[in-house]
Each structure stands twice: as structure tokens, then as C-alpha cells.
Design a protein around this ligand. Structure first.
Ligand SMILES: Nc1ncnc2c1ncn2[C@@H]1O[C@H](COP(=O)(O)OP(=O)(O)OP(=O)(O)O)[C@@H](O)[C@H]1O
Ligand SMILES: [Mg+2]
Length: 272
């Protein structure tokens, strides 16, 4: 097998003689702050792979088309090879994190009746700026700083307090609609699954790609404990937040284990 990509948390291997299929191998790395903070956490690859596989299997059972094909041992899965779209699609039920910086008038913990959808451009150096798309010129994307309110009060973008630059779009207006609709459906399925286990899903980030074999846009990459915020009834956060805030690796690893074990129950849930 030939390695075609390696990122902070995964390696992508090309399978010989099976066109369009890759093996996605998790690593024992945990990172935060656009990769500035980084550690090796023993067992992370196994826990991440189990969590993401449980999630993709749940989505498949609910009719979502994903890149996931099947597990390939404890730390890897087979997937359809995609040309990845460099966008993080964030869906929020509850206001927290960077959302509060962009919307300082919204109180921490505000519940959105209608899911909030945001696009961020994947660029560690630019700190994953927010993508603003206008219906008038959808072929151009304005990038704005994600850590302050988006400033549209001026006529020329360079006078805006949040504007960074404009880039060419990576998907059409129609594709954006499709991605939003898929992301919302995925969120609703996962929200229900977590709720059945007594856990609140606050938000998540997912990524999409275009399948190499047929060009179709599908959810790719992973959805694991690095991708979302999940909280117990008594307010204990079970995701990467503890790591971001400098928690002990042992404590972080325990949480990843708890989450991985909880997702093992996804197949038994009746989500009607
Ligand atoms: N189905 C797929 N086909 C091809 N590449 C994929 C697929 N799913 C995920 N990838 C890519 O695998 C690479 C490794 O993932 P990883 O998350 O470790 O990267 P990363 O360091 O976080 O960088 P990035 O910021 O691109 O996510 C990424 O470039 C990701 O886009
Ligand atoms: Mg990544």
C-alpha cells in the first residue's frame, strides 16, 4: 500500500488494485490550537477509529451516503477516495466556543431552535477563517476572522475589521445547499442517538469531499471525539475540551474511552 497523505491524526493509504478505495489509518496523536498543541496519547487511534466507525455505521443505517466502506482492523477503515473540499462545516444546536466571539450578544448556552450552520476555510496559518458567501457572487468567497464579530458595515472589504481576503469558491451555490442539507440531517441523526444515551450534542464539525470515482459530494474524513462537543446531564464535557484546557492526558484518554464505549451502543438504539 502506498501512502498518499498524512495529516496530524491520520494517514491515507492507497489500496493497490482497488481503484478509488483508500485505507484511513488513525494515529495516536491528539492536537489542538491548529496543531500548535500536540501530544501522543496511547490508545487514541483505536478509540478514534471505533468512534468514527460507529458513527458512519449509524449514518449508513439512516440512509446517509458517506465515504465509509468498512472497518479495517482496530485502527483503520476502508473508504472511498475523495478529493477533499478544504472546508469545515460546523453545525450548532447550542451557542458556545468561537460562536460567542463572533456573536457577543448571544449568551453562552443559548439553544437554537433552528440549527446554525457555518463554513470555515481550512487553513491553519489563517486560523481557519469564516467563509462568507453572497448569493450575488457565489463564485467568490470572502474570508473573515473567526475570533471576532464579522464586520459587514463598510462598502469596501479592506476597511472591514474582520476581512482577511477573497478566494475562489470550492463549491457552487447549489452544492452549498446540498452540503448544508446533508450536514443538518447528519446532525439530527447524531443528536437523537446521543439523546437516547442521555447525552447532549452541542455542535460538530464535519468535512466533505468529492468521490474520485463518480464525483459525488459526500461526507468524508472522520466524526470522532475530536469533532464534536458532547455533555452529560450534569454538565460534564466528554470531548476534546478537557485537552484544549490543559487537562491531564490520562483524564483525556478516559473520556475518549467513555465516548468510544458509548458509541458502541448506537446499533441498539431505536431513534424513531
Ligand atoms: N476519503 C478520503 N479520501 C482522501 N483523503 C481523505 C479522505 N478522508 C480524509 N482525507 C484526508 O486525510 C488527510 C489526513 O487527515 P488529518 O485529519 O490527519 O489531516 P490534518 O492534519 O487534520 O489536516 P487537515 O487540516 O487537512 O485535516 C487530510 O488531508 C484529509 O482531508
Ligand atoms: Mg483533519
Amino acid at each position: 500500500m502506498k501512502k498518499i497523505a498524512e495529516g496530524k491524526t491520520k494517514k491515507i493509504l492507497k489500496i493497490e488494485n482497488s481503484e478509488g478505495i483508500v485505507k484511513i489509518v488513525s494515529k495516536n496523536t491528539i492536537t489542538a490550537k491548529d496543531g500548535e498543541k500536540k501530544d501522543i496519547m496511547s490508545g487514541k487511534a483505536r478509540l478514534a477509529n471505533n468512534t468514527t466507525s460507529n458513527v458512519f455505521e449509524l449514518l449508513a443505517r439512516h440512509g446517509i451516503d458517506t465515504h465509509f466502506i468498512k472497518r479495517a482492523g482496530q485502527t483503520a477503515f476502508f473508504a472511498y477516495e475523495c478529493g477533499m473540499i478544504p472546508v469545515e462545516v460546523v453545525v450548532r444546536r447550542i451557542a458556545t466556543g468561537s460562536y460567542l466571539k463572533r456573536n457577543p450578544k448571544v449568551a453562552d448556552g443559548t439553544i437554537f431552535d433552528e440549527l446554525v450552520m457555518e463554513f470555515f476555510y481550512k487553513d491553519d496559518e489563517l486560523h481557519d477563517p469564516m467563509i462568507c458567501i453572497s448569493e450575488i457572487a457565489p463564485e467568490e468567497w470572502q474570508l473573515h476572522r473567526a475570533d471576532r464579530p464579522i464586520d459587514f458595515s463598510v462598502y469596501v472589504p479592506y476597511q472591514s475589521l474582520s476581512y482577511i481576503k477573497t478566494i475562489g469558491s470550492h463549491f457552487t451555490w447549489k452544492e452549498a445547499d446540498y452540503i448544508e442539507e446533508q450536514a443538518k440531517q447528519i446532525f439530527l441523526i447524531l443528536e437523537k442517538a446521543w439523546k437516547a444515551l442521555g447525552i447532549t450534542l452541542l455542535d460538530f464539525k464535519i468535512e466533505f469531499g468529492r468521490r474520485k470515482d463518480n464525483g459525488k459530494i459526500i461526507i468524508a474524513d472522520v466524526i470522532d471525539n475530536d469533532s464534536w462537543r458532547v455533555r452529560t446531564k450534569d454538565g460534564k464535557q466528554l470531548d476534546k475540551q478537557v485537552y484544549r484546557e490543559g487537562g491531564e492526558l490520562k483524564e483525556v484518554s478516559n473520556l475518549y474511552e467513555i465516548v468510544s464505549n458509548l458509541t458502541n451502543r448506537f446499533p441498539t438504539l431505536n431513534l424513531q
